[in-house]
Design a protein around this ligand. Structure first.
Ligand SMILES: C[S@@+](CC[C@H](N)C(=O)[O-])C[C@H]1O[C@@H](n2cnc3c(N)ncnc32)[C@H](O)[C@@H]1O
Length: 366
């Protein structure tokens, strides 16, 4: 190992090596990435989302769609129309290219370059807005909530899914650092150092196969281990210093901007590592569940109709303790919120609690 690496980075690499290798095959090329997006959505939809949302015949908007693989999957669920919007030119170009490739051509799907907080879409004309893995990257979260509210019809639904910062992979360095919750114990600079060193090691020793398996199969390797954690757990006070966590999360929100990264599917570990580190520094807004809830409570005109969380089994080891002793949602890998546009309503803290005790989104809407 490089002798210039700090002792803490060495420790982090050693700990990270105790966890299974991340599957990087989606970064082989653009097509692999879009295929991965498609199959990830295909896997998640029936297990989590279809319980609360039916796209059939609906007018849908997907904010921050990236190269569009998930949007293309949603278009197979028979919406009347779906528009994917992203501010990164390269991603929209890629989405448009894949949409016109024969296998996925669908007349009910289109992509537009644009900003989620100013889509330019007509007001009150859409039934459903989706934002998946966007709220941890967007810089103007309030603006996006306002815009979603504007473009939805009354009673329309906004599905928000994101990975909170205090989840196992909050800093999004999971392609290299496999130790869950590493950011609770190591600084950003240590994590960046470790990321670069792990990438260099991959370059030296070769990386795992990066072939992209047939559509729909890759998810078997990546996500079949998704575990939906038992839902009946209530909040408990923890030993964590929430104020300190909150201050850190707030400090990380300044200066974030939307990613405009042309090389989203670069193949080499070193390029990927630099991309991930840049993302951590510029494109992760460190949104915590607590901050997100506070943001929602400040909005007028939304009703909270669903709340759900889950974790991937790859990270399950870390949940053996938390599941039984400190069942707090902040540390879950992924959060799902379903909001309904409802004039004059305001989300209250007790709404979250009642949803948690009533458990899954599906039951809430029954
Ligand atoms: C992590 S990707 C998620 C892509 C896709 N939704 C998925 O789940 O795979 C986040 C996307 O949000 C886009 N983005 C960030 N800020 C944005 C903004 N203000 N308006 C539109 N898109 C934005 C980025 O370009 C990026 O493609």
């Amino acid at each position: 190992m490089d002798p210039r690496i700090s002792q803490s980075a060495k420790l982090l690499i050693w700990l990270s090596d105790r966890f299974p290798e991340a599957n990087r095959s989606r970064f082989a090329d653009e097509e692999a990435y879009v295929r991965w997006q498609f199959s990830a959505a295909q896997w998640l939809w029936p297990r989590v989302v279809s319980k609360c949302l039916d796209l059939q015949g609906k007018k849908v908007v997907d904010l921050g769609c990236g190269p569009g693989g998930k949007t293309m999957f949603y278009s197979t669920l028979s919406p009347a129309h779906i528009i994917g919007i992203d501010c990164a030119e390269a991603k929209i170009a890629s989405a448009q290219r894949f949409l016109t490739s024969t296998a996925r051509r669908r007349s009910n799907c289109e992509f537009r370059l644009g900003r989620a907080e100013a889509t330019g879409l007509e007001a009150g004309q859409h039934d459903i807005v989706i934002s998946e893995d966007g709220f941890e990257h967007f810089s103007d979260l309030e603006g996006i909530l306002r815009e979603a509210h504007r473009i939805l019809r009354d009673g329309g639904l906004f599905l928000i899914m994101f990975a909170p910062y205090w989840g196992p992979d909050g800093p999004h360095l999971y392609n290299f650092i496999r130790l869950p919750y590493a950011h609770y114990f190591f600084s950003w600079s240590t994590m960046s150092q470790a990321t670069r060193a792990i990438a260099a090691r991959m370059e030296r020793h070769g990386t795992p196969q990066t072939q992209s398996p047939a559509l729909g199969l890759q998810i078997e390797q990546e996500l079949t281990q998704l575990e939906q954690v038992s839902f009946g757990l209530r909040h408990l006070r923890t030993f964590f210093d929430w104020r300190a966590l909150e201050r850190a999360a707030r400090a990380g929100t300044t200066g974030t901007r939307a990613t405009d990264d042309a090389s989203f599917a670069t193949a080499t570990p070193t390029q990927q590592a630099e991309r991930d580190i840049a993302q951590l520094e510029h494109f992760i807004n460190k949104i915590s569940l607590r901050r997100f809830k506070r943001l929602l409570k400040l909005q007028i005109g939304w009703e909270l109709v669903g709340f759900h969380r889950y974790v991937y089994q790859r990270r399950r080891a870390a949940f053996v303790i938390t599941r039984n002793m400190w069942p707090i949602d902040e540390i879950y890998g992924s959060l799902v919120f379903l909001l309904r546009k409802a004039a004059g309503k305001r989300i209250r803290a007790s709404d979250f609690r009642s949803l948690q005790t009533r458990m899954s989104i599906g039951r809430v809407l029954e």
